[in-house]
Ligand binder design. Structure first.
Ligand code: DP6
Length: 327
């Protein structure tokens, strides 16, 4: 029996990953940059055993169906390529979220699974190699191997596409991200399908690719200068650009709900009142608010005038993914 357990934290992109140049290897069209957060994480135990006759997957202690298990199996196949004698596995994942937020994250999930496999099989992979492996499961997962600010270098092949931490002289410790949970039901268009449709059909997609590099340069300047204003402005503009591409896809779609628009307006009104904060959004209607750690209580207080307290979750910067000792 070969068993390993690992914990990985979710990350939110400030410069988004949106579109692949290689679907099989999950190579992105542009570099992305994220902040790893402490409030959401996944603990995963993987056990490979000679006795097992198939892969089995438990999520939050519930045995998963064939479809969900097949996804995990496809990832395990990549790991089995590294084994002399391939074995089936049982995977047990627990998603830790502060409330029943339905914020299950593929980023923390696949990052924890990749690291747990490394532990179980004593593969001795470096963090860069674990990041590359996690990338094959879900692109954004490669960033969750590291804490703080993280850049995913798009690369040109499997070897050169991985994430690395960005040295920021502890600027990341001055930040917080407040989640406004607007809808926890299953998303209509997955990030995987949404980005593919956009790459294939959106007339705005070339503009996204052409400007992603500039946004990355700007955000790295903001980090180097510890300029919160610059950081927030680039984050917000980049998210809006990403979401603009989906409206020009065929068929068109959007992740925004009326409540998302309301939340964005609330963020702007906080700004007008001198409480500096900026929004970002991913492949769903929830709005995430980037703010200074020192302002978070005031911002939460204002947001809970507009939304219920259960809808608001505050996260600070999170650490590297790490293994957890099991007996
Ligand atoms: C909008 O990593 O979920 O959150 O690689 O197909 O699994 P796959 O996609 P995924 O996409 C995340 C997209 C995003 C932006 C981001 O996290 O950079």
């Amino acid at each position: 029996m070969h068993k390993g357990t690992a914990r990985a934290y979710t990350n939110i992109a400030l410069i988004k990953y949106w579109g692949k140049k290689d679907d099989a290897l999950i190579l992105p069209m542009n570099n992305s940059l994220s902040l790893t957060l402490d409030a959401f994480f996944t603990d995963t135990t993987v056990t490979f055993d000679e006795q097992y006759t198939k892969d089995v997957f438990y999520l939050d202690t519930v045995l998963q169906d064939e479809k969900a298990t097949a996804k995990v199996s496809r990832f395990l196949d990549l790991v089995r390529e590294k084994m002399d004698r391939p074995l089936f596995a049982t995977v047990e994942s627990i998603n830790h979220v502060p409330t029943a937020a339905g914020l299950a994250s593929s980023a923390s999930g696949l990052a924890a699974l990749a690291l747990a496999c490394n532990e179980a099989l004593r593969l001795n992979l470096s963090k860069t190699e674990v990041s590359r492996l996690a990338r094959r499961g879900s692109g954004s997962a490669c960033r969750s191997i590291f804490g703080g600010f993280v850049e995913w270098e798009q690369g040109t092949d499997d070897l050169s596409s991985f994430a690395r931490p960005i040295e920021a002289d502890r600027f990341e410790d001055e930040l917080a991200m407040v989640f406004i949970l607007l809808n926890d039901k299953q998303k209509d268009v997955s990030s995987r399908d949404g980005m593919k449709r956009t790459v294939d059909t959106s007339a705005f997609y070339p503009a996204w690719v052409n400007t992603a590099g500039e946004d990355l340069t700007l955000i790295k300047q903001a980090i180097a200068e510890k300029s919160f204003t610059k950081l927030g402005e680039v984050t917000e503009a980049n998210a809006l650009k990403m979401h603009a591409t989906t409206l020009a896809a065929t068929p068109p779609f959007t992740y925004w709900s009326p409540e998302s628009l309301r939340a964005m307006e609330v963020v702007k009104s906080l700004r007008k009142d001198g409480l500096e904060c900026y929004f970002t959004m991913d492949a769903g209607p929830n709005v995430k608010v980037l703010c200074k750690k020192q302002d978070r209580q005031q911002i939460i207080a204002r947001l809970t005038q507009e939304f219920s307290a259960e809808q608001i979750i505050c996260a600070l910067t999170g650490p590297d993914a790490h293994s957890i000792e099991t007996e």
